[in-house]
Design a protein around this ligand. Structure first.
Ligand SMILES: [Zn+2]
Length: 337
C-alpha cells in the first residue's frame, strides 16, 4: 500500500510526502482525528517509506523485505504499541509503563537493519499517567534516527506537554464515496443491497470501522426500544423508567451504542421539531414514526433531553451508580415533557 492507496486524507499525505522529499521528517508526530479513517495505516506507510530499500519516487515499494517485515510487524526497527487489557474481563485496555520502558530500551540502539526506527503508539490517549510521563522523557530527548508517531482519536485526553512536542497532523472523516468504496471492496461476503450500503455509509459519519462493524439487527432493536420509550415515558408510567434503568444499568457493554442511538434519535427529533426535512436527519428510514413523535414536545424539551443524555453519558464514564443515573436521566425525560 502506498500513500495513494490510503483513501482521502489529501492534506496529511501531502504534508508527509513533502517532509520525505525535503528530508525534514519530524522526530515525533501526532496523527489525530476520529476513529478508523486511516491514521494507523498512514503511520505504517510512513514507517515503510522511511525504510524501503526500493522506493520509487518517495513511495514504499511494498515488495522488498523491509516493507514486508513492517507490514507483518516483524521488522526489528519497527515498534507498534497498542493498549492491552490487564485481564480478559477488564473493561478498558491501557498502555502501561512497562510497554513504554521496553520501547525505550529498544529504540536506544542504532537501527538493526533499517534506516530509521519507527515507533507507532496506537490509541496513545490510553497511556496511563505513568506511561505518558515516561514517554514524555523520550519525546524530550528523542534518540537519533527515530520517528515516534502517536495515533489518537481522542487527543484532548493526551497530556498537553506530549502534544506540544509532536507535529500534529489532523485526519478528516472519509467522504461517503470513499466509505462506500471500502465497503464494496471489503464486505464481499455479504451481498449488500444499495439501500443497506447507503444506510451504513450515512450512519458511519466517515468512519470505516463503524460502517463495517455495526450490527444492523442490534441497532434496529435498540432504536425500536428507544423510540418506544420516548413515545411512552411520563410520570404516569414510572414502571417504564425503572425497568429501563435496571436493564440498561446491567448492559455496560451496550452503553456506547445505547447512548449513541439515543442522542442521534433525539437530535433527529429536535431537527424535525424545527421543521427540517428528512434529508437532514440520520434516521431517515423511520421518519414516518419520528415526525409525529417530534411534534409531541417543544424544541426546548427535546434539547433538554439531549443534554441530560449527554450529561449521563459523561457521568457513567466514571464509577457512578449506573442504575441511579439512568433513573435520573429518564425522570428528566418526564420533566422535559
Ligand atoms: Zn519496499
Amino acid at each position: 500500500m502506498s500513500f495513494d492507496r490510503i483513501l482521502g486524507q489529501k492534506q496529511p499525505k501531502q504534508t508527509l510526502k513533502n517532509a520525505l522529499q525535503n528530508n525534514s521528517v519530524a522526530h515525533a508526530y501526532l496523527f489525530y482525528g476520529q476513529e478508523s479513517i486511516g491514521k494507523k495505516y498512514t503511520a505504517i506507510e510512513l514507517a515503510k517509506t522511511l525504510n524501503c530499500s526500493e522506493s520509487v519516487e518517495g513511495e514504499a515499494c511494498d515488495k522488498c523485505l523491509s516493507c514486508r517485515k513492517i507490514e507483518n510487524r516483524t521488522h526489528p526497527d519497527f515498534f507498534f504499541i497498542e493498549p492491552v487489557k490487564s485481564t480478559p474481563t477488564a473493561r478498558e485496555a491501557t498502555i502501561k509503563i512497562e510497554a513504554i520502558r521496553e520501547l525505550q530500551r529498544k529504540i536506544a540502539f542504532h537501527p538493526y537493519e533499517g534506516k530509521v526506527k519507527v515507533a507507532v503508539i496506537d490509541d496513545a490517549d490510553l497511556m496511563n499517567p505513568q506511561a505518558a510521563n515516561s514517554f514524555l522523557k523520550t519525546l524530550e530527548e528523542p534518540p537519533s534516527a527515530t520517528v515516534l508517531i502517536l495515533v489518537s482519536s481522542h487527543p484532548f485526553k493526551l497530556l498537553p506537554t506530549l502534544i506540544s512536542r509532536c507535529q500534529a497532523i489532523q485526519f478528516q472523516p472519509l467522504t461517503p464515496e470513499n466509505i462506500k468504496k471500502i465497503l464494496k471492496e471489503t464486505m464481499t461476503e455479504e451481498v449488500m443491497e444499495e439501500n443497506d450500503l447507503n444506510f451504513r455509509t450515512l450512519r458511519s459519519r466517515g468512519s470505516v470501522k463503524k460502517a463495517m462493524t455495526e450490527d444492523m439487527a442490534d441497532i434496529a432493536n435498540i432504536r425500536q426500544e428507544i423510540v418506544n420509550l420516548l413515545e411512552t415515558v411520563s410520570f404516569d408510567r414510572m414502571d417504564i423508567v425503572f425497568s429501563h434503568a435496571k436493564s440498561w444499568a446491567r448492559q455496560s457493554d451496550q452503553w456506547e451504542m445505547i447512548f449513541n442511538e439515543m442522542m442521534e434519535l433525539v437530535r433527529d427529533l429536535a431537527f424535525f421539531r424545527s421543521g427540517c426535512s428528512e434529508s437532514e436527519v440520520y434516521n431517515y428510514d423511520i421518519a414516518k414514526r419520528l415526525k409525529p413523535l417530534a411534534s409531541r414536545r417543544s424544541l426546548k424539551s427535546w434539547l433538554e433531553i439531549f443534554n441530560t443524555i449527554h450529561t449521563t453519558q459523561l457521568a457513567l464514564s466514571g464509577n457512578a451508580n449506573a442504575q441511579l443515573f439512568f433513573e435520573n436521566m429518564l425522570i428528566d425525560f418526564c420533566e422535559a415533557a
